[in-house]
Write a protein that binds this ligand. Structure first.
Ligand code: SAH
Length: 258
């Protein structure tokens, strides 16, 4: 019995953003436990010999609880199977990958981790927004919007400069923007929300710290989305006009589809 687990970062959802190592592990898998945000439409072709298990989670609806996912990984591996755990983005960026790794280690199961393209970097890029740009921003911070930030965290973030990237941040956008403003972030600081990165219906909503919540409400912005706060948002380009031009044209904020 030589079961093992390969923990794969599947990237932001588009199949050709899987790494070659990920594709090889899938081709060799006997069981695949996959998430909603991982590329999964053609898994039956990528992993033709595998039983496919959807353990996908929607915000607020944990389809399969984390502890159960970990128990499943261990049970399949202990039964001698080659198990792939296919996760969205990179397993170690707000993805609970290390919890799954530790659960396997605790059960004596061998684990390999294959990194993935994280949505934190790739999804802003898909909207034409670089996280750094010489002279504009030389650092970025990735935060989870899943739970509210503390006042101390908001204070640090507002004072740090650079670019702020928020994952799982649609629900907490009002408290986040209000908190940053309270701690002195400029009202005109540009904010972009990129929904469904790399999908055909990818959409970007752009505003500033004071009006992005209104813009998001009007556009009915929904998860999954990546929020970017910082001057780099001005560099976003829809192919015809810059974000700055778009914001001006739309009297404050704009919705951009590629
Ligand atoms: N480990 C993952 C993040 C998991 S948290 C990674 O490295 O990308 C899930 C959050 O990621 C979503 O709520 C959303 O904020 C973001 N996300 C992942 N894929 C996305 C996509 N294709 N488009 C927009 N946001 C995405």
């Amino acid at each position: 019995m030589t079961g093992r687990v390969t923990l794969i970062g599947g990237g932001p959802g588009r199949e050709d953003l899987l790494t070659l190592a990920a594709a090889r592990a899938l081709a060799d898998a006997e069981v695949v436990l996959y998430d909603r945000l991982a590329p999964h439409e053609r898994l039956h072709e990528l992993a033709p010999g595998a039983e496919l298990v959807d353990v996908g989670k929607r915000p607020g609806h944990h389809a399969v609880p984390q502890s159960e996912i970990e128990a499943l990984l261990v049970a399949h591996a202990l039964a001698g199977r080659r198990v792939v755990r296919l996760k969205g983005g990179d397993p170690y960026v707000l993805g609970r990958g290390s919890e799954e790794l530790l659960a396997c280690h605790a059960a004596g199961v061998q684990v390999e981790v294959i990194p993935g393209v994280t949505s934190a970097v790739a999804v802003p890029g898909a909207a034409g927004i670089p996280l750094t740009h010489r002279g504009i921003s030389h650092l970025f911070t990735v935060v989870s919007g899943h739970a509210p930030l503390t006042d101390a965290e908001l204070g640090h973030l507002a004072g740090l400069g650079g670019t702020i990237v928020v994952l799982m941040g649609v629900g907490s956008l009002p408290s986040l923007t209000a908190g940053l403003a309270r701690h002195g972030m400029a009202a005109r600081m540009p904010v972009a929300i990129i929904e469904r990165g790399f999908r055909a219906d990818q959409r970007t909503t752009i505003g500033d710290l004071t009006d992005i919540v209104i813009a998001a409400g009007r556009a009915q912005v929904a998860s999954p989305a990546v929020v970017v706060i910082g001057e780099v948002v001005r560099l976003a380009h829809d192919g015809n006009a810059s974000a700055a031009e778009l914001m001006e044209r739309a009297a404050g904020f704009a919705v951009v589809t590629p």
